[in-house]
Write a new protein. Structure first.
Lengths: 259, 651
């Protein structure tokens, strides 16, 4: 009898704790949603700096979301900060590659600032349907399913045979290949960065005294090849490369603090 | 008391030493006298000359080596040859003592250059040796048409310590340089230039060979009328021989420009510290020969001293002209030199609003720092952006090269058929006139639906937002710039943007399917191995056969096919017995069954007997009897199973 009482008490206490946790989390999410809505309001009123401060608050407290980054990019674009706008569009696209709004606004931002971007070929567009994580999960899931089929066949040889086995394994392999290729296609963009300072100098060596080989517009996409002290070795799409100050380029996929 | 014998022995020993010493001195004196005679009157002396190579191309040099053995009173004399020039490069001495005979050979080296192609004959080279005039044989030299200079061939005869990388044709000292151990030369490519014009210039610092020098500064112009660029680059280091004297030479190939008009002296300065070798031993003529004039002895007894010097080049007058005001184009940005212009577009067809990259290249020689981007002649209907520029120099001075400009341009009207020409103006130093380069217009096809598409996409996006039930009235957020509206819901949030497979848990989780795969492969392999076991295969076959026979029995009962029923019964029993007895099933007969089976297997015997009876006498059974018989068969098969030690059920 005593044990039943203790058990009941424990269950009730646990449920209360769980409920309070859930309510706290939902309260925090609600607060973030409020901030997001406030940001949207400020944006609608044309107060882009204020909107950005709200959005940044959400980003710091909650994390990244494609919509949040997209709205931030819009605000930057309205502020004529093309570099930051393109950076945030790129980050939003990283999370939601197939989003038409993001693609359209990114294209518009690029066009308006005279940045040329060749349209991706159709086969490449297929791999933009999912983001890097989802392609990775697809590949991993397909591999898991394939392994499970083999395990079941090992345990019960007669359980899967003939056409169903062939179809299932083929589907798994196709999904694995598609996931792997998609992940690889998206992963090659992982080292990309966006120039956020206009007419940043591309130096021949990573020193202040080094001579400049070219200038580079803000909003341009570069591949970050190497880091040396306060400089990054970047390569443009046309193959031109050089050293650029770290604060002139922001990676699309930040590795450290949220920004 | 002294022993007289000991004193005598000592005296004898002393005398012997004295006699030996005297003999040694006599022999030594005789050797020296003999050597002196041998040197003075020994070999009569000889002269020989060698020319390498004997075939050169115009612009190259050959080396003439004149070897003289014996005591000569001066350098050899070479008769002048029309079209040939001889430049003394120095001399080296060699002494040999063979079997007591001492011989000396002096080699005189000359660089031979031709003024024109053709066949030449170098006449006999004469020298006064031991009071006699000796001469060499004439040597032929064939000079072919102009070709690339290969100084390595010319220097092949040089002694190892006199290897040069490069030699100048005019190997003469300029006035004031003769007695200098170090001097500076400034050689501009021309002495008349325009303001801003880039003039290639060569600055050379000469240091007599054997000196060590430390540069304290870079060459600087002593006049502020000129600006120089590219001096911070490392100079090239070569060796040159001027009037037979070898020099180590530092060369800066650069370019200078005049900043103001007028006539100015052109001169440069260079601070250096020289480490000068000093001879601590005076040369003497004790032996009346040049034995101690050799470099080996000089280097051996030398010490050094440091001396700070300021090398100053001779002053040369440079006339700087102003750029003419007449005819100066509006878009002239100060480019002076000789240039060419190309332009191309990244697209041949596009929509209104699509950006096109206009690539423009200015190539040539001149002051590229003043070369600004070429301009569209009629930018109407185009939105243009600030071009980006990059310069690729073709020489160390940055005088020759290629400057590329990339400009984004956007067509604003569909009626545009061509990208207008671009223009670039510069002052041509050759024709001394302003020149405006103009490219051809570039054909382009522009379709008008970009704006429409943009509008419709904006409208779609607005519609989408309103459908989403935005309380934020997204359509009011839509801007005239054509931006799609902002999103009203936050959507799924991620903690960071790092890829999922960078997380350790994800990588660890892949171990699960991997272990599944390995387990599945292992089990599959095991199953395959078992399926290839003959006993197992047989068992499986029998199981299938018996199962099939039971099905036939059921079918026969349903169709009241008595012979078929008993036939199936017998087959199943034969198969089972064949498995147990390891025998061919068809060979098992009633007689064998009776003989081998115990009384416990009465059912099997009954089955075989009835099967024979049905087959041979046409005995018939009711369906009920057949069913009972079937049950009996199955029971007996189970019994047989236990006999075989294997368990399988049939029903």
């Amino acid at each position: 009898m005593k044990n039943v009482k203790i058990l009941s008490f424990t269950i009730i206490a646990g449920m209360i704790a769980l409920l309070s946790c859930v309510s706290l989390t939902s309260a925090s999410a609600e607060q973030d949603n409020d901030q997001f809505a406030l940001g949207n309001e400020a944006y609608a009123e044309g107060k882009y700096d204020k909107a950005l401060s709200y959005y940044k608050g959400v980003l710091e407290q909650e994390g990244y979301s494609a919509s949040l980054l997209y709205n931030m990019a819009n605000a930057y674009y309205q502020k004529k900060d093309v570099g930051q706008a393109i950076l945030h569009y790129e980050r939003a696209l990283y999370l939601d590659p197939g989003n038409a709004d993001i693609q359209a606004n990114l294209g518009l931002a690029r066009r308006d600032s005279g940045l040329i971007s060749r349209p991706a070929p159709d086969w490449q567009r297929f791999f933009d349907l999912l983001n890097l994580n989802w392609w990775g999960i697809l590949a991993s899931g397909a591999f898991g399913a394939f392994s499970l089929i083999y395990l079941l066949r090992g345990i019960r040889p007669g359980i899967l045979k003939g056409a169903p086995f062939k179809v299932l394994t083929t589907v798994c392999l196709l999904c694995f290949m598609a996931g792997g290729t998609g992940a690889a296609m998206q992963y090659k963009n992982i080292n990309r960065g966006v120039v956020i300072k206009d007419n940043a100098s591309l130096l021949v060596s990573p020193f202040d005294s080094a001579s400049s080989s070219a200038s580079i517009k803000d909003g341009k996409i570069v591949r970050i090849a190497k880091t040396y002290r306060g400089y990054l070795l970047v390569e443009e799409v046309n193959g031109k490369s050089g050293w650029i100050k770290k604060n002139s380029v922001e990676p699309v996929v930040p590795s450290g603090k949220r920004s | 008391m002294k022993n007289p014998k000991v004193g005598l022995t000592k005296t004898i020993e002393w005398n012997r030493i004295m006699i030996a010493g005297t003999c040694f001195l006599i022999v030594a004196c005789a050797f020296i006298i003999f050597a002196g005679i041998a040197q003075g009157k020994g070999p009569a002396g000889d002269i020989s000359a060698r020319l390498e190579p004997q075939r050169i191309t115009l612009g190259e040099a050959a080396i003439l080596a004149v070897n003289i053995s014996g005591e000569q009173t001066g350098p050899p004399s070479i008769s002048p040859v029309d079209g040939l020039r001889f430049f003394p490069m120095g001399q080296s001495s060699q002494y040999q003592s063979i079997n007591g005979k001492i011989s000396s050979t002096v080699s005189y080296l000359y660089q031979v250059q031709a003024e024109d192609s053709g066949n030449y004959t170098i006449p006999p080279v004469r020298a006064n040796i031991n009071g006699q005039i000796k001469e060499t044989k004439p040597i032929d030299l064939r000079v072919s048409g102009p070709g690339r200079s290969k100084s390595s061939k010319a220097t092949s005869l040089l002694p190892p310590d006199l290897k040069v990388d490069r030699q100048t044709g005019t190997s003469n000292h300029s006035p004031g340089e003769e007695n200098q151990i170090a001097f500076l030369r400034v050689t501009p490519s021309k002495y008349r230039s325009y303001v801003g014009e880039l003039v290639p210039i060569e600055i050379k610092a000469f240091f007599r060979q054997g000196l060590q020098a430390t540069l304290n500064s870079l060459p600087l112009f002593s006049n502020n009328a000129f600006a120089c660029q590219g001096l911070n680059k490392k100079p090239t280091q070569t060796e040159e021989i001027i009037d037979g004297v070898p020099y180590a030479v530092l060369t800066w190939q650069t370019a200078m420009s005049a900043v103001k008009e007028g006539e100015y002296p052109l001169s440069a300065e260079l601070d250096a510290i020289l480490i000068i070798p000093q001879t601590s031993r005076r040369r003497h003529q004790v032996f009346g020969s040049r034995m101690f004039d050799d470099n080996f002895f000089n280097n051996f007894f030398n010490t050094t001293r440091e001396e700070a010097v300021k090398l100053t080049s001779s002053r040369q007058k440079m006339r700087v002209l102003p750029l003419p005001k007449a005819g100066r184009p509006k878009n002239f940005s100060g480019a002076v030199g000789r240039f060419k212009l190309w332009a191309s577009a990244s697209l041949k067809s596009c929509m209104v609003g699509d950006p096109i990259t206009l690539n423009m290249t200015v190539k040539g020689d001149g002051n590229f720092d003043r070369v600004s981007s070429p301009l569209l002649t009629s930018p109407k209907g185009w939105k243009t952006y600030t071009p980006t520029a990059s310069f690729k120099p073709a020489d160390s001075a940055g005088y020759k090269g290629k400057k590329r400009f990339e400009q984004a341009i956007i067509p604003l009207e569909a009626s545009i058929k061509k990208i207008p020409p671009v223009e670039f103006s510069y002052f041509n130093t050759k024709s001394e006139k302003y020149v405006t380069l103009r490219t051809k217009p570039i054909k382009i096809k522009i379709t008008p639906d970009s704006i429409q598409a943009k509008k419709s996409s904006s409208e779609d996006a607005t519609e989408k937002a309103s459908l989403a039930g935005s309380s934020d009235s997204s359509d009011s957020i839509k801007t005239p710039s054509g931006l799609a509206p902002i999103h009203v819901s936050l959507g799924p949030v991620v903690n960071n943007l790092r890829p999922v497979f960078a997380n350790p848990w994800f990588i660890g989780a892949q171990g699960i399917p991997l272990s599944f795969l390995f387990a599945g492969l292992f089990l599959g392999r095991r199953n395959r191995r078992l399926s290839n076991d003959p006993a197992l295969v047989k068992k499986k076959y029998v199981k299938q056969k018996v199962g099939k026979s039971i099905k036939e029995m059921d079918r026969a009962i349903a169709g009241h096919d008595v012979p078929g029923f008993f036939n199936a019964c017998r087959t199943s029993a034969q198969e089972r017995l064949g498995e147990v007895w390891c025998q061919t099933p068809e060979s098992i007969t009633l007689a064998e069954v009776k003989d081998r089976l115990s009384k416990n297997a009465a059912g099997v015997r009954y089955l075989f007997e009835n099967a024979d009876a049905v087959a041979y006498s046409g005995q018939t059974f009711s369906q009920e009897e057949l069913r009972q018989c079937r049950d009996l068969v199955i029971k007996e098969l189970k019994n047989l199973k236990s006999m075989g030690g294997q368990g399988n059920e049939y029903s």
